[in-house]
Ligand binder design. Structure first.
Ligand code: ADP
Length: 431
């Protein structure tokens, strides 16, 4: 039987849902219930995402308009001189001013281009819904696109991709755009005679692409700002390159859309390595994005974030309760949904665990963990377990006490399960 508890923000009670319809077996009803619950959650999270996008759009618009105003002001003032002082300007001066206007128009165009790219990435559903990418194809694309420029500049370009790298879920165009930005920088900011190498490796369930150079390197004081919009290092190399300061922020946006991350290491005089890492599976990417979003909400609103990691181990791992119905994980998710609040989120983690995100501190997280345990033990939400013996593992992590980074928080919660004794459960045959 189903409990009468609220299912989150919507306030829909399970009792409001049809409990019986002609022609629907009890099993089908349970499946319908699970799917209804999941649909409600999806629509809640879509709404939330729309609100976030709106806020991000306004913020990025105001930042961009500020940056776009600079070249516009230069164009306006030189155009005014040309119009108002036409008689007193000699041909050489006029030409010089026109050249400045021409350059600033190019700069304005490049800035607009970059801002539009960023907006498309941020607003899109680029998390590879449907798209897959072959790392070898990316490397080939970069080789063809950048070999002539490297040759012209006298920079040696090498590719170091091990055989057997997996095809991964991503938007190919965006991955190429991100890596091309790393490549352009490596060629632009390093002198002739240096070397640039592209490499890729699998790390856990992610793939990491890196572009390394042995060139000028970047002073440590700039490192934490490099991926910020419009940030440029004011040095000789940058003065010679007409950049916008948007290249690395575009890479960051691509990484985030895929639930991935960016990294950089650099030492002045020794060179730099810039990397983008994205999950091989878009399911992992979606999970990472959800945790990242909850964390950025917590940071912005100044509240803690509790994570509860739940893993059920035992017979027939991951199998459907009825063989072909919702997986055991989906049943467990539905069960956990009966105890969390509308502001909390229950996420499937990899193939065999759940992570619950709670707007609460350590003691609140602990209490919720106990309620979840009770709900699972009492098989709330129609949760069923095939016959067998199971152990239920828990782990917790709290932002900001345990970690401040989304990946680290999840690792702390997952590894934290060693702290708690598992709860033993017995499955029952026949439902
Ligand atoms: P842009 O290249 O348009 O200035 P980016 O966001 O791509 O903007 O890069 C930001 C800054 O990082 C650059 O201005 C440059 O100073 C520095 N940078 C990026 N890549 C490298 C590199 N491989 N070597 C040295 N400096 C780099």
């Amino acid at each position: 039987m189903y409990s009468l508890e609220r299912t989150g923000e919507t306030g829909v009670r399970r009792a409001d849902l049809p409990v019986h319809q002609d022609g629907m077996s009890a099993e089908e009803m349970k499946h319908a219930l699970v799917h209804t619950g999941l649909l409600l959650r999806e629509s809640r999270s879509a709404n939330k995402r729309l609100r976030e996008l709106n806020a991000a759009k306004s913020q990025s618009l105001s930042l961009s308009s500020h940056e776009l105003r600079t070249p516009l002001a230069v164009i306006k003032s030189f155009a005014e001189i040309l119009v108002n002082e036409e008689d007193s300007l000699d041909r050489e001066k006029s030409l010089q001013f026109m050249r400045i206007i021409d350059q600033e128009c190019d700069r304005l165009g490049a800035l607009l281009d970059g801002v539009l790219k960023l907006q498309r990435i941020e607003a899109g559903t680029a998390c590879a819904e449907g798209g897959t990418v072959d790392p070898a194809a990316i490397a080939e694309h970069l080789r063809i696109a950048f070999r002539p420029a490297a040759k012209e500049k006298g920079i040696e370009l090498t590719f170091d991709l091990p055989a057997g790298l997996p095809v991964f879920d991503a938007d190919q165009e965006q991955m190429i755009m991100a890596l091309s930005n790393f490549m352009t920088n490596a060629l632009d900011y390093n002198p002739s005679g240096t070397r640039v190498s592209v490499s890729a490796e699998v790390r856990d369930r992610s793939i990491r692409f890196s572009v390394s150079d042995d060139g000028t390197g970047i002073d440590a004081e700039h490192h934490s700002f490099l991926f910020d919009r419009f940030y440029r290092v004011r040095n000789k190399a940058a003065a010679l390159t007409r950049g916008t300061g948007l290249g690395l922020s575009i890479v960051k946006a691509v990484a985030e859309r895929h639930g991935g991350r960016t990294f950089m290491e650099s030492s002045p005089g020794l060179g730099s390595t810039f990397s983008i890492e994205v999950p091989v599976s878009s399911k992992d990417g979606a999970f990472n994005r959800d945790v990242e979003r909850a964390l950025s909400d917590a940071r912005e609103m100044g509240h803690p974030l509790g994570l509860v990691f739940i893993k059920l181990e035992g017979s027939a791992p991951g199998s459907g309760a009825a063989g072909n119905g919702p997986s055991r994980l989906t049943w467990m998710e539905q069960c956990v949904e009966t105890v969390v609040r509308g502001t909390d989120a229950v996420l499937q983690y990899r193939d065999d665990a759940l992570v619950v995100l709670l707007r609460t501190n350590g003691p609140g997280t602990r209490r919720c963990m106990e309620r979840i345990q009770e709900a699972i033990e009492h098989r709330r939400g129609g949760f069923v377990l095939d016959e067998g013996a199971y152990s239920l593992w828990f782990g917790t992590a709290i932002y900001p006490d345990s970690a401040c980074d989304a990946h680290e928080l999840v690792s702390v919660a997952e590894e934290g399960r060693a702290k708690w004794q598992p709860v033993y459960l017995a499955g029952t045959a026949g439902r």
